[in-house]
Write a protein that binds this ligand. Structure first.
Ligand SMILES: NC(=O)c1ccc[n+]([C@@H]2O[C@H](COP(=O)([O-])OP(=O)(O)OC[C@H]3O[C@@H](n4cnc5c(N)ncnc54)[C@H](O)[C@@H]3O)[C@@H](O)[C@H]2O)c1
Length: 246
C-alpha cells in the first residue's frame, strides 16, 4: 500500500482521470476526498469506493470553496498530504479565436490550479511535508491544430507554476510535479476532440498508435504522490504514448 495513512484531495474526481485516481489512491490505502462540481456523480463514486472515500463539492475557481474544503478535510482527517489538481475544461473548441474560451481556460484550468496550491501549501508547511500533482497536458508543452490556444496557455501556465512552486517550497519538504496526459478518452466538455474523424487523425499522430487509459495517468499520479518519489520535484511527466518525444 503506497499511500497508507495519507490524506489526499482529488479535484475533478467525479469523472475520467480524477475518478480513476481517487479509486487507485483509496486502493493504495489513502483517505481520499473526492471533489467536483458534479455532486451526484461524485457522491455515488465515493460510496462505491467505500469507507476510505468522501465527497465534497468544490468549484476550483472559488476561493471560498477551497477554504471550506481545507477546513473540513483537516477537521475530519487532521491533515492533507496530497493534492491532485486535476479538474479542468476542454479547449477543443471549434472557434479557436473565441475570447470567452480563453477566459474560461484561464479561470478554471490555470487559476483553479493556483487556488488549490494556495489553499493547501500553508497547511502542508505546518505539517512539514506534502506532495502536489498538477494535471497539465501535452497541450502545455506544444500546440495542436484542434485546440484553442487558451487551453495551451492555461496548461503551459500549470507547467511553469508547478516549477515555481517546487523551488519555492522545496525546503518545506513539499514536492510539486506536473503530469501531461496525451490523447485520452474525450473530456465531458470536449467538442472537436470528441469527433470520431478528428480522433482518428489524433490517434494516428500518437507513436504508440492508441489513446491512453485513465488508469495509466492515475498510476503516474500515484508514483508522484507517494514517498517512492521522495527526491523528485519540479518535473513534468508526459503520459502520452510517445507524443511529445517526436
Ligand atoms: N481527456 C484528455 O484527452 C486530456 C488530455 C490531457 C489533459 N487532460 C486534463 O486532465 C484533467 C482531467 O480530464 P478528464 O479527461 O478526466 O476530463 P473529464 O471531463 O472527464 O473530467 C473533468 C472533471 O473536472 C470537473 N470540473 C470542471 N470544471 C470544474 C470546476 N470549476 N470545479 C471543479 N470541478 C470541475 C468536471 O465536472 C469533471 O468531473 C483535466 O485537467 C484535463 O484538462 C485531459
Amino acid at each position: 500500500m503506497r499511500l497508507m495513512n495519507k490524506v489526499a484531495i482529488v479535484t475533478g474526481a467525479s469523472s475520467g482521470m480524477g475518478a480513476a485516481t481517487a479509486n487507485l489512491f483509496a486502493a493504495e490505502g489513502a483517505k481520499v476526498v473526492l471533489t467536483d462540481i458534479l455532486e451526484a456523480e461524485g457522491t455515488a463514486l465515493a460510496v462505491e469506493i467505500g469507507e476510505n472515500a468522501h465527497f465534497q463539492r468544490l468549484d476550483v475557481t472559488s476561493e471560498e470553496d477551497w477554504e471550506t474544503l481545507v477546513a473540513e478535510t483537516l477537521s475530519a482527517f487532521g491533515r492533507i498530504d496530497v493534492l491532485i489538481n486535476n479538474a479542468g475544461v476542454s479547449g477543443s473548441h471549434p472557434d479557436v479565436l473565441n475570447t470567452d474560451t480563453w477566459d474560461e481556460q484561464m479561470n478554471v484550468n490555470a487559476r483553479g490550479v493556483f487556488l488549490g496550491m494556495r489553499a493547501v501549501i500553508p497547511k502542508m508547511k505546518e505539517a512539514g511535508s506534502g506532495s502536489i500533482v498538477n494535471i497539465s497536458s501535452i497541450s502545455g508543452l506544444t500546440g495542436q491544430k484542434f485546440v484553442h490556444m487558451g487551453y495551451n496557455a492555461a496548461k503551459g501556465a500549470v507547467r511553469l507554476a508547478t516549477k515555481a512552486a517546487s523551488v519555492q517550497f522545496a525546503r518545506d519538504n513539499i514536492r510539486v510535479n506536473s503530469v501531461h496526459p496525451g490523447l485520452m478518452p474525450a473530456m465531458r466538455t470536449s467538442m472537436m476532440s470528441a469527433d470520431p474523424e478528428v480522433r482518428r487523425k489524433m490517434i494516428n499522430a500518437v507513436p504508440m498508435g492508441r489513446e491512453g487509459r485513465v488508469e495509466e495517468v492515475a498510476h503516474a499520479n500515484l508514483f508522484l504522490a507517494s514517498d517512492d518519489a521522495s527526491y523528485i520535484t519540479g518535473i513534468e511527466v508526459p503520459v502520452d504514448g510517445g507524443f511529445v518525444a517526436q
